[in-house]
Design a protein around this ligand. Structure first.
Ligand SMILES: [Zn+2]
Length: 380
């Protein structure tokens, strides 16, 4: 083995039962981190300067201590993770909640378009025609909310993602699809594809109520909640795969996944729902719809639940993706003063409400010419 002159200089001149012991001892102590000399071996340090012996001792990691290079190796992925975390950290408009989102708006739009086509195929037999009075009403209210969302985007979204930018959630005109169903539900896909189930009309009984529902759905899109969920799920997937490296049996993963769902996914989903309620009320007020309508809709849902009506069973809140009706109504009380101010600002909504009434009257006349008035809900 070759040794540098520096190494030679710091080797102790020891009397260890013969000179052959020196290089072997050096090699083995470096590798196993402990002395190879028997304790009974006579050793003389008489010609070794104390300072040099101390220098060599510093080069060897003491027994049980992690070598420095391990820290360096660990620092690289740690620094990378910290960089990626802060690089993709964003703020939700209006609520200012910090969240991590690694997907792009363009990718989310493609995902939404693809799922939209799938759902059109799935619901094709139950989709109401575009000239149906319910479709017309949903479209009329939805387009007003969309305009408000574009204004909101300009006011509240940083980094210049205005409604004209292709990366903005408000870049594409929305589609509104009404599906005949007993389910009281509405949902939105990325790229502004809104679906409304007719079962919802038992709770959303006028345009203000409908605006509350559509405002909530638009808000999900504005806040890019789907991208946030996909990003979080991707991280969870990576963590589960890494865990399989040291636990190939998958036992850790089988405990980790349901725990993470209960402690992270479900609470996070409930936060997003409340956030959509808050932004949705804001949008409805901006579009001159009564912001109190959201509370009315959820109060009806709560009453139906208390009466044990159809589809009224709900899991306990901590096991649910959605907050309880009580939680939502309570939060809405907090947001109402602010949204009422927007609604009543400068009396701007007075003439808009007149325009709405005129549009409703014209739509009803046209609908009556096309079809006989319905005995059940007439949203026009
Ligand atoms: Zn929602």
């Amino acid at each position: 083995m070759m040794m540098s002159s520096g190494s030679r200089r710091i080797l102790p001149t020891m009397v260890v039962n013969g000179a052959w012991h020196r290089p072997l001892c050096k090699t083995s102590t470096f590798r196993v981190g402990r002395s190879c000399l028997p304790s009974s071996t006579p050793v003389s340090f008489s010609r070794l300067p104390v300072s040099k012996f101390s220098t060599r001792a510093k080069l060897r990691p003491p027994s049980g201590q992690i070598p420095t290079y391990v820290y360096l190796i660990a620092a690289v992925p740690t620094a990378g993770s910290v960089y990626v975390y802060f690089r993709y950290l964003e703020e939700v408009p209006l609520t200012h909640r910090k969240r991590w989102i690694a997907t792009s708006s363009e990718w989310e739009a493609q995902l939404g378009d693809q799922e939209y086509r799938n759902l059109l195929q799935q619901f094709r037999k139950d989709i109401l025609p575009p000239d149906h009075r319910a479709s017309i009403t949903v479209r009329r209210v939805g387009n007003r909310i969309f305009k408000a969302a574009q204004e909101f985007s300009k006011e509240h979204m940083k980094d210049g993602s205005s409604s004209s930018s292709s990366s903005s959630p408000c870049a594409t005109r929305p589609t509104f699809t009404v599906v005949r169903s007993d389910m009281a539900n509405a949902f939105v896909l990325p790229n502004n594809h809104v679906f409304v189930m007719t079962g919802l009309f038992q709770f959303a009984r006028d345009e203000d109520d409908l605006a509350a529902v559509l405002g909530h759905e638009m808000a999900h899109n504005l806040a890019r909640h789907v991208g946030e969920k996909v990003s979080g799920n991707a991280v969870m997937g990576v963590l589960v795969r890494l865990s399989l490296l040291w636990d190939p049996s998958g036992l850790f993963a089988s405990i980790f996944l349901p725990t993470a769902n209960l402690l992270r996914e479900l609470p996070h989903s409930r936060i997003q729902e409340l956030e959509a309620d808050q932004i949705g009320m804001h949008l409805a007020a901006m579009a001159c719809y009564d912001p109190q309508a959201a509370k009315r809709v959820f109060t009806r849902m709560k009453q139906q639940q208390q009466q044990g009506g159809k589809n009224s069973r709900q899991p306990p809140e901590f096991l649910s993706t959605h907050p309880s009706h009580d939680s939502r109504i309570h939060k809405m009380d907090d947001w109402l003063p602010g949204t009422k101010r927007i609604y009543g600002q400068f009396g701007r909504c007075e003439h808009v409400r007149d325009e709405m009434a005129t549009a409703r009257r014209i739509a009803a006349q046209r609908a009556n010419q096309r079809e006989p008035p319905r005995a059940t809900y007439n949203p026009c």
